[in-house]
Design a protein around this ligand. Structure first.
Ligand SMILES: [Zn+2]
Length: 158
């Protein structure tokens, strides 16, 4: 769930295969999220890079959002180890399966697009003392730490 502490940019594509091709192209920035519409037209799908530090594309969190409801929450339906998947077509199959997945891993996932508004909170590892803490994303951004890292209150006092 490292992605919840980061800010993202959305890139809209036609379908799961287009998303998979972009992800496998090596051209994707780690803050970029692929968005497409599910085949049945019910959901917006999001593939969010969720690995750690320099291996951000190793893991993908797959989120789903109902189209016909305004401000519908993000459901995390899948966590894909992209690093173990060979080609774009195989990855696309996993992405398509997530479109109709009945397993909900997280029913109110956070996806920050653009700048955080100030209310978003997420888990961080303190880059100074190693503590795991729940912090405010906007406040942590000024420390400019690597993905998933922040500075905890104790260390900030220094
Ligand atoms: Zn600390």
């Amino acid at each position: 769930m490292y992605y919840e502490a980061r800010t993202h940019e959305i890139i809209e594509v036609q379908n799961a295969l287009q998303a998979a091709i972009r992800i496998k192209s090596g051209q994707l920035q780690t803050y970029q999220v692929m968005k497409w519409k599910s085949k049945d037209g019910k959901f917006f799908m999001y593939a969010v890079p969720d690995g750690h530090l320099d291996t951000m594309l190793l893991e993908l969190a797959i989120l789903r959002q109902k189209i016909d409801i305004v401000n519908s929450p993000y459901l995390q339906v899948e966590s894909i180890t992209n690093g173990w998947i060979k080609g774009a077509e195989t990855l696309a199959k996993y992405l398509e399966e997530a479109e109709s997945s009945t397993l909900i891993m997280k029913s109110n996932a956070q996806l920050i697009v653009g700048k955080p508004k100030g209310h978003e909170r997420a888990w961080f590892t303190c880059g100074c003392c190693g503590n795991y803490f729940y912090g405010n994303v906007q406040e942590q951004q000024k420390f400019d730490q690597d993905a998933g890292y922040g500075i905890c209150t104790n260390c900030h006092l220094w």
